[in-house]
Design a protein around this ligand. Structure first.
Ligand SMILES: [Ca+2]
Length: 474
């Protein structure tokens, strides 16, 4: 553990155990610092002696890589995300670990890839009889270590907002047993399909929404959830916090209270609604960033923005080019199902206005955050810290990225510019050179048999993945 980590840990411990002692500690600290300022300067890269940074992870739902202005969107307005990118780093090639909600959320919470996850699809439908109400949602086991648990143990206030989807009430997987002090929104991922439901959840407490009873549509939950996230940040502005903002926007159902700037467009209603939902999410990002500035904590807050999987509404993807012109959408391990926007903003640390070709993925978020906070990475995770990259330093690429998905069964591996893909372990792989063929249109397995064999060997290697009774290979 380095000097910064020890320091943070000591301060956090004192802060938790005794506010008075904490104040006294700060006085002593000021004296120590005045004596050792030259040394502190020598040790310091930037913020070694500040409060640990706040961590905000915004995880959009079914937002395609092409839905954001700075990623090429022309019809939908996302000025706040575009600004976030201009004030931080945007990554041209970032992957979600999985092409649907549940495994993707599992991966960002645990730092594992889809060959090691407890869920490799939303539901294990063949096993539905084993589960309550016939919904085969595999709950996160007790022993799973989440990013929220690690941060909470180290003095962070932790909260999540929006869609959870990793364990319903009555199971080990609920967020309040997985490191979150507070969860506001939806625990059940199917409940999260509705924007005017008659209740939301605040931990295990049901929050009734009278404005949505009897078919009324007066309480738009995406806004309510957003407001709760702002309240949490206000309440915790004086101590380190972790906010996981898993907005349900712009996942279906296509529902919004007002179409705003799109009302007058000469587009079908589905397209207008989708655009309004993406822009509403962008408005929320804008309000969040404005609040951080108002509270004077934006410089000590690192914000990650990404999405859980590719766009889902087949009929409107071409209109907006939501998958960025890539092949496939949600549920596919072609690029369009798993390539996501990734924007990271942290003033004075992450260089502003930089576009990076460094390739990384959601399992890297957890170890990166742990390194930022000065904590060691625990065992059993697949991600690795990309903090050097975020600080503008050179960093070696990961050897390969592995993906699997249960239904329809697919496996994929990316190594360098090469990607292999197959839909059965018995079939030969398709092979693509993503540098020359980002759209995966030309299977070159026959032209490059040695590369195809090398990537196939990774897919077949028993160390690449673990077997799981719910998710057998096909
Ligand atoms: Ca999703």
């Amino acid at each position: 553990m380095n000097f910064r980590a020890m320091f943070f840990k000591a301060v956090l411990k004192i802060n938790r155990e005794s506010p008075v002692l904490y104040k006294l500690h700060n006085v002593l600290l000021a004296i120590v610092l005045s004596l050792y300022l030259p040394l502190a300067h020598a040790l310091s890269t930037t913020n070694e002696l500040q409060t640990p940074p706040n961590i905000i992870v915004i995880f959009a739902d079914d937002l395609g890589v092409g839905d954001v202005g700075v990623y090429g969107q022309t019809k939908i307005q996302t000025p706040h995300l575009d600004r976030l990118a201009n004030e931080g780093m945007m990554f041209n090639t970032f992957y979600s670990a999985a092409p649907v909600c549940a495994p993707s959320r599992d991966a960002i919470m645990t730092g594992r890839h889809s060959g090691h996850l407890d869920r490799r699809d939303n539901q294990a439908k063949a096993f539905r009889k084993e589960f309550p109400k016939g919904k085969a949602l595999i709950p996160m086991p007790d022993e799973t270590i989440t990013i929220a648990e690690r941060l909470k143990e180290n003095g962070y206030a932790t909260a999540g907002f929006g869609k959870w989807g990793l364990g319903n009430p009555g199971t080990s997987g609920v967020p309040w047993k997985q490191g979150f002090d507070l969860w506001y929104g939806y625990i059940d991922q199917v409940h999260a399909h509705h924007y005017f439901p008659d209740y939301l959840m605040k931990n295990d407490q049901r929050i009734e929404l009278p404005g949505n009873k009897d078919g009324k549509r007066e309480q738009y939950t995406a806004d309510m959830i957003h407001q709760q996230s702002l309240d949490f940040i206000r309440e915790n502005k004086d101590q380190p916090f972790f906010a996981y903002i898993a907005t349900t926007l712009p996942h279906t159902d296509l529902e919004i209270d007002t179409l705003g700037a799109y009302e007058q467009k000469d587009w079908p209603i589905e397209e207008k609604t989708y655009a309004a939902m993406v822009s509403r999410m962008d408005d929320h990002v804008g309000e969040l960033m404005a609040l951080l500035k108002t509270l004077n904590i934006d410089e000590n807050t690192i914000v990650f923005f990404t999405s859980d999987n590719g766009p889902s509404v087949r009929s409107i993807v071409p209109f907006f080019n939501s998958n960025g012109g890539l092949k496939g959408i949600k549920r596919s391990l072609y690029e369009g199902g798993i390539r996501e926007p990734m924007i990271v903003r942290w003033p004075d640390h992450v260089p502003a206005g930089v576009q990076s070709d460094y390739v990384w993925w959601t399992p890297d978020v957890l170890p990166t955050v742990l390194e930022i906070v000065g904590l060691d990475t625990h065992a059993g995770i697949d991600g690795r810290s990309v903090l050097p990259t975020l600080l503008g330093q050179e960093q070696e690429q990961r050897d390969y990225f592995y993906f699997e998905f249960f239904s329809p069964f697919q496996q994929a591996v990316r190594q360098g510019d090469w990607k292999a893909y197959r839909t059965s372990v018995k079939d030969p792989v398709e092979l693509y050179n993503l540098k020359e063929d980002a759209g995966e249109q030309h299977n070159v397995a026959k032209e490059y048999p040695e590369i195809a064999a090398k990537l196939t060997a990774i897919l077949n290697d028993p160390n690449t993945r673990t077997d799981n009774k719910y998710w057998p290979v096909k």
